[in-house]
Design a binder for this molecule. Structure first.
Ligand code: GLY
Length: 422
């Protein structure tokens, strides 16, 4: 099988490594990729938001399967074009990708499917902002205001704060730059990400994971695209995970099918385990980053065959997935000043080590690997348990040098110490 992967992050690097482990995959191509993915796949540079460009590349490389990593091409309908060209594609249609691309659509689907989610309001005029803020956060008896960019913002458009002035300033800034604002009620309880391979009504869950969105230790500082993750979750029972599949993901997949928006791809449920049960924070229409790096490190089933089965209507016959009886931790190494405007162009030492996945990297003409984005590398550690996986990840990180870089030192720590309880 020949597989074309679309994207350029550590998530795509992880997908490539897992695909290469599948004995039925004999060639992998990535577009546009980065300095790390170039070492493990044929690399092509195209505009991945262009449906004709992706389709032409898929034909050119004779792909049997196209796997689309990021949400932007999916929301723009690139998967539809690939399928229309007669090539199997793992990724939802433009219509189904609205589960991530349109908050209003997602809320409507969840309401129809009877799935619990945060109460929300969209504010699109500064004149309505103050009154709307009083209906949320501490003004409404909740712990904090949750202020989001009502569009694709890669996690960085979110502010969660108990300070009304800070909530107002973020919302006003978004409105000033022409972005509608989503206010949501605050969901208490630990958050988790459950990724499910979906085709129509068939839902195959991967291991549950947890990511870390704030930039600093102890969940301090601003939100980012994700600073680390671990899987599986020692604090979530198998029964609780199975309950999320039956009570949340399957009803949403069925509702999408009922509306004629069949979902084929990765349906990502972001949830909070509140004191009154699981509630959805958001759905995404693609693999999450950095959880994917931890989850795929534990997958033993052949990923290429799994994604191909989903893309071609064979998912219900695929059978149960096999997993390593182990834990995985991924820690993101970020460039100086990230999540603000990152410093780029610095030489990275140690980026080729085992367990190092590349995100914002490029290769200079002289052969050096340099930083080229905010999140630069993802380091993945694996061990018999979470403590061992943490030790492995931080050992690898210790061998890497990037001037001004930073990372969180507490990824998976609370769970390893048994401090997370539902
Ligand atoms: N883990 C956050 C995201 O992928 O959106």
């Amino acid at each position: 099988m020949r597989v074309l992967v679309i994207g350029s992050g550590a998530r795509e690097h992880a997908l490539l490594l897992a695909l290469r482990n599948d004995p039925k995959v004999d060639h992998v191509v990535i577009a546009p990729g980065n300095a790390g993915t170039a070492a493990v796949a044929e690399q092509r540079d195209i505009d991945i938001t262009s449906a004709p460009a992706v389709t032409a590349l898929a034909r050119d490389v004779e792909a049997d399967l196209v796997v689309i990593g990021p949400e932007v091409p999916l929301v723009l309908g690139v998967a539809d074009a690939v399928r229309a060209a007669g090539i199997a594609c793992f990724g939802p249609s433009q219509d189904a990708a609205r589960i991530e691309g349109s908050k209003a659509f997602a809320k409507d689907v969840m309401a129809a499917a009877g799935v619990r989610t945060a109460r929300s309001e969209i504010v699109d005029s500064p004149a309505d902002l103050d009154a709307a803020l009083t209906r949320f956060g501490p003004d409404a008896g909740e712990a904090a205001w949750v202020v989001k960019d009502d569009g694709l913002a890669a996690g960085k458009g979110v502010v969660v704060t108990a300070d009304r002035a800070a909530a107002r300033a973020h919302a006003a800034g978004l409105l000033d730059s022409g972005h509608p604002v989503l206010l949501e009620s605050f969901l208490d309880g630990p958050e988790l990400s459950l990724f499910c391979i979906v085709d129509g009504a068939t839902v195959v869950p991967l291991l549950p994971a947890q990511d870390f969105k704030r930039v600093g230790d102890g969940d301090s500082g601003p939100n980012t695209g994700g600073m680390g993750a671990y899987a599986p979750l020692p604090w979530l029972s198998r029964e609780a995970a199975a309950g999320i599949v039956t009570d949340v993901v399957e009803p949403v997949a069925a509702e999408l099918l009922r509306r004629g928006s069949r979902f084929t791809g990765l349906l990502y449920a972001g949830l909070a385990m509140t004191s009154t049960g699981p509630a959805v924070v958001e759905f995404n229409c693609r693999f999450g980053d950095p959880e994917t790096q931890a989850v795929l490190a534990l997958l033993e089933s052949p990923l290429g065959q799994l994604l191909h089965a989903a893309a071609t209507g064979g998912l219900s016959e695929f059978g149960a997935l096999r997993w390593r009886d182990a834990a995985a931790v991924t820690v993101v190494l970020a460039a100086e000043n990230y999540p603000g405007r990152p410093r780029v162009g610095d030489v990275i030492v140690g980026a080729e080590a085992d367990g190092v996945l590349h995100a914002g990297t490029a290769r200079r003409d002289d052969g050096a690997v340099v930083s080229a984005g905010g999140r630069v590398l993802s380091v993945v550690g694996v061990g018999d348990d979470l403590n061992a996986a943490r030790a492995d990840a931080y050992r690898i990180l210790d061998s890497i040098r990037l001037p001004g870089s930073h990372f969180r030192s507490d990824i998976g720590a609370a769970a390893a110490e048994g401090k997370i309880q539902i």
